[in-house]
Ligand binder design. Structure first.
Ligand SMILES: [Zn+2]
Length: 127
């Protein structure tokens, strides 16, 4: 996911959340959400994955501070479903990527499990 695109989506979701929850005006963010948006941008700037990165919400490295992580999680919960109606293409690509990431993670887990079993067998043989 390109950094710019990723950020655009996150900011869109924060704006949606802020308008809905904090009654801010269109195109404006309340101080709390502005801080969150700024924080997200900063984290993304320093992200070791660069452009070759899943959506932040799918990322394995949870680099957000706990309080910010909670806030962004609330934003995702609120705006995620709404995005499906207002920006179906974005929502769909996000969903597709989430599924892809989950599958890849599950595959990795299975692989690890297999390796562990092989190792266990190996050790038994050596006993
Ligand atoms: Zn707000």
């Amino acid at each position: 996911m390109e950094k710019q695109k990723d950020l655009e989506i996150v900011e869109l979701m924060i704006a949606m959340y802020c308008r809905g929850k904090h009654k801010s005006k269109k195109g404006e963010l309340c101080p709390e959400c502005a801080e969150l948006a700024e924080y997200v941008r900063q984290r993304r700037e320093r992200c070791p994955f660069g452009d070759d990165k899943p959506f932040c919400s799918n990322c394995k490295i949870h680099c957000y501070r706990p309080d910010m992580r909670q806030k962004i999680a609330a934003v995702m919960r609120y705006s995620g479903p709404r995005l499906t109606f207002t920006h179906p293409v974005i929502a769909f690509s996000h969903l597709a990527e989430t599924i892809k990431t989950r599958r890849a993670n599950a595959k990795q887990e299975r692989q690890k499990q297999k390796e562990k079993e092989m190792k266990d067998k190996e050790e038994k043989r050596n006993d």
